[in-house]
Design a binder for this molecule. Structure first.
Ligand code: HEM
Length: 354
């Protein structure tokens, strides 16, 4: 029987040449700030690592308060290379959030969000929110005393949100306090609900990026510049950068495996120096700036409202910055971006050191 080669077989059925033409037709502008383009790709790569290592861990993890902590100890001590995959998953999550922030501030400062890319920004911003929730839900799965106390504080803080706070708190905890119900709920979020939504949104984000092509920073728009084909030129550069990131990740995972604390005991007092993950520190520090009561109103509620307003403004920035959408310079929004960045870095550093 004549057995055509796989390529011919596929070509007979699908328009492979069309896909090739599309890949070759994708052009990337070359300029002195084009290193920002790699940050989105690095984030994508780290997300792939998280999915793969997460799937491996999910085969052995038991989402029950009596077994969760023990199952992680067993992954680390009894499974072949289990400690390494757990460590990769831990450091992968940290680096993914670092690069998400770098990607966000890169697209902010180059004004890549401006018309017609508003929805690229919006989908990206939602992805950042989902990633932070990925972090919080994953943290509790360890079920040690630190994770337990941090999630209790975070979900309790959500309760201070006016009008709907009680609902958010109850929805997150699944009961009155952080219990086995919360663990099961966070597990469902972490391994099913969040991955599904994230996958769909990453797909949409990337489709939108393809539709619009890569932007050129506003300040460089009038300069003469070359455009290089994505395939194979930039594609190989992307792969090389991913290899470097993989090296950093594997080094961190090998030399700094994450600790496993004492198993959580809901009746025991919380450990003294509980700190949330670093990306929550700016929020915690901001809350500390406010007194308990301001003109008879709850200080925490006012702080949460102000922070939410700041985040909402940030989320909608492409719709406020009309000037850059018209191709005009908008230094005000560059300054707003710089202030957001400095505030985030300062508060995170203060929270870390205090
Ligand atoms: C799971 C998270 C994310 C992934 C996997 C991802 C991936 C990517 C990739 C591969 C690109 C094209 C190359 C590049 O510009 O680096 C891109 C572009 C872009 N992303 Fe993201 N991104 C994510 C989150 C975000 C966030 C948090 C924002 C900001 C709120 C954002 C805003 C943008 C914008 C505006 C562009 C267009 C850049 C341009 O045209 O110059 N993305 N993203």
């Amino acid at each position: 029987m004549n057995c055509p080669r796989l390529k011919d077989w596929l070509e007979e059925r699908y328009d492979l040449k069309g896909i090739k033409r599309l890949a070759k037709g994708k052009l990337i502008p070359e300029h002195r700030w084009d290193f920002w383009y790699y940050t989105g790709g690095i984030t994508l790569f780290l997300f792939i690592i998280q999915f793969v290592t997460g799937m491996l861990l999910a085969m052995y993890y038991v989402p029950h308060i009596d077994f969760a902590h023990k199952s992680i100890i067993e992954i680390v001590t009894k499974l072949n290379m289990g400690w390494f995959f757990r460590s990769l998953h831990h450091w992968g999550s940290q680096l993914a959030i670092v690069f998400l922030f770098i990607h966000l501030f890169g697209t902010l400062l180059t004004k890549a969000y401006r018309k017609p890319r508003e929805l690229v920004w919006v989908t990206g911003f939602i992805l950042l929110g989902l990633s932070i929730f990925f972090g919080l839900s994953g943290y509790l799965l360890l079920w040690d005393e630190r994770a337990f106390a941090a999630v209790r504080v975070a979900t309790g803080g959500a309760g201070a949100f006016p009008f709907i706070g009680w609902f958010i708190k109850a929805f997150l905890r699944g009961s009155m306090d952080v219990t086995g119900d919360t663990l099961l709920r966070f597990y469902a979020f972490h391994v099913a609900i969040l991955p599904l939504i994230t996958l769909g949104l990453v797909g949409l984000h990337l489709v939108l990026v393809q539709v619009h092509g890569m932007s050129v920073p506003l300040a460089l728009e009038k300069e003469k510049r070359r455009e290089i084909p994505f395939f194979p030129n930039v594609f190989y550069k992307d792969l090389a950068v991913w290899l470097v990131v993989l090296g950093v990740l594997a080094t961190l995972a090998t030399f700094f495996p994450p600790e496993i604390g004492v198993k959580a005991d809901p009746l025991a007092p919380p450990p003294e120096d509980v700190k949330p993950e670093w990306y929550f520190l700016f929020l915690l520090q901001t809350l500390k700036l406010f007194p308990g009561s301001i003109m008879g109103l709850n200080g925490e509620t006012i702080a949460i409202l102000l922070v939410s307003g700041g985040i909402l403004f940030f989320f909608l920035i492409p719709f406020f910055d009309r000037k850059s959408s018209r191709g005009e310079k908008s230094p005000l929004f560059t300054w707003i971006g710089v202030i957001y960045l400095l505030y985030f870095l300062t508060m995170t550093a203060v929270g870390y050191l205090s």
